[in-house]
Design a protein around this ligand. Structure first.
Ligand code: GUN
Ligand code: ZN
Length: 438
């Protein structure tokens, strides 16, 4: 684990969102932009943040100040839905959800029965997160418990805050990828006891989606949640129209797709449902009433042809939402690319997604979706020190565009439209530099 006992002092241009809001029009007021600021961290926590001129005289004189005069420093990006075993199959051609799973995903995930393979990909994956400025993610592993160990072990080396879990899946998948209601319960329970709250690791009970779990397995998932109320629930919901029709066939006794999860006690303030592209009105209400959260995954929804997520509905219905890359159906690890596509998905529905709203969803809003806004999401003193140093002019074209920027909002929007991992100069986790672009 990185040594976080030494203070870190960073000077530069800082941008974050100070508090949660209930409507997008309120975000601008919540934006905090400090052109010459300073951030000090001790043991992974922010202990001082503000204008350089206000704090410079109170800083310890024996600690080097790392100065980023030309960059922009923002809270680390939060990815609310991603599959680490699918890293290698990003960009798989030609299918929509259900055939994509059978053709590409399941054969890829079978390889994770080999723990050394899981270790290899987990290391690659964590490095990709860092390279792209993602400091916290909610992650699907595979059905194999060792795939969870591999990921948490890798993240624990830098004390990264990850939420992850073993897939529960006992039907409609290859035999080699199926567990049983009982084994999935026992294995998940052991993993919760081993990892949940260990350092910054948190566990998510992870039924893949309703079609790949029997009623008995969903019941066991609900039992686990009742036994360990602070763990997360992470699954997929209403992504694709054929998927929704299949769920209605498989669970005719339920009122709809979300009602399947709700019935088994899987909705709630620590539940995150990926996609939710085609929710019905009563399902929006249930999401609100149960304080469940949505992971909006625009690159995936476009790539698999799943549909256009109605982001405005999350404000109308006061439903928590974060952004997810959903790699490997999603086409980039970059949350900059993700908000670029989110903007276009909203344009196609006549909505404008402002740069500040995108920043909100990537940081404090995403933290709220994961119930971690008391720990993450902005530069408030006392929060965990995960942040990203962005170079806004990493290419000739970006440099030209940024030379014409009108203000910080315009500059940020240009970054979101043109940006990707080339813009990430450094990523700090737990107060320490965990990645620096060479
Ligand atoms: N629904 C069930 N499994 C998956 C998956 O692996 N990816 C996506 N995008 N949707 C799913
Ligand atoms: Zn997914």
């Amino acid at each position: 684990m990185a040594d976080s006992s030494q203070p870190t002092i960073i000077r530069g241009r800082f941008l974050d969102i100070q508090h949660l809001v209930s409507q997008p029009a309120e975000i601008k007021e919540a934006v905090r932009y400090i052109e010459d600021g300073v951030l000090m961290t001790v043991q992974g926590k922010i202990v001082c943040f503000g204008a350089w001129q206000d704090h410079q005289d109170n800083l310890p004189s024996d600690v080097e100040v790392k100065h980023y005069p030309d960059q922009l420093i923002v809270p680390g990006f939060i990815d609310t839905h991603i599959h680490y075993p699918q890293t290698e199959m990003i960009g798989a051609y030609g299918e929509q959800l259900l055939s994509w799973l059978n053709t590409y995903t399941f054969p890829t995930e079978i390889q994770f029965e080999d723990p050394s393979y899981a270790k290899h990909i987990a290391a690659f994956f964590v490095n990709q997160l860092l390279k792209h400025g993602t400091t916290t993610a909610l992650v699907f592993c595979t059905v194999h418990p060792a795939s969870v160990d591999a990921l948490f072990e890798q993240a624990s080396e830098i004390n990264m805050r990850l939420i992850a879990g073993k897939v529960m899946m006992d039907r409609h998948a290859p035999e080699a990828l199926c567990d049983t209601a009982e084994s999935s319960y026992q294995e998940s329970k052991q993993l919760i006891e081993k990892w949940h709250g260990q350092g910054r690791a948190l566990y998510a009970i992870t039924p893949r989606f309703a079609p790949t779990s029997t009623h008995a397995q969903l019941e066991r998932a609900g039992q686990l949640k009742a036994e360990f109320p602070s763990v997360y629930i992470h699954t997929h919901l209403s992504e694709n129209k054929d998927e929704i029709a299949w769920v209605k066939d498989l669970f005719p006794e339920r009122e709809g797709y979300l009602d399947v999860y709700h019935h088994y006690g899987l909705t709630g303030s620590h539940s995150v449902f990926a996609h939710c592209v085609h929710l019905e009105e009563q399902e929006w209400q249930c999401m609100h009433d149960t304080q469940s959260a949505i992971a909006f995954c625009p690159t995936s929804n476009l790539f698999l042809g799943s549909g256009l997520f109605p982001l405005q509905k999350t404000w109308d219905k006061q439903v928590k939402v974060g952004l997810g890359t959903d790699v490997g159906a999603g086409t980039s690890f970059s949350q900059l690319q993700t908000v670029n596509e989110a903007y276009k998905v909203q344009q196609l529905q006549g909505n404008k997604l402002s740069a500040f709203e995108s920043l909100y969803h990537l940081t404090l809003g995403g933290a709220k979706a994961l119930n971690l806004d008391h720990l993450l999401g902005n530069f408030d003193v006392g929060k965990e020190a995960d942040f990203v140093v962005l170079d806004l002019a990493a290419t000739e074209l970006q440099a030209l565009r940024q030379s014409k920027q009108k203000n910080i909002e315009d500059s940020l929007f240009a970054l979101f439209t043109l940006g990707d991992d080339r813009n990430v100069l450094a990523t700090y986790i737990d107060g320490k530099e965990a990645y620096y672009k060479v």
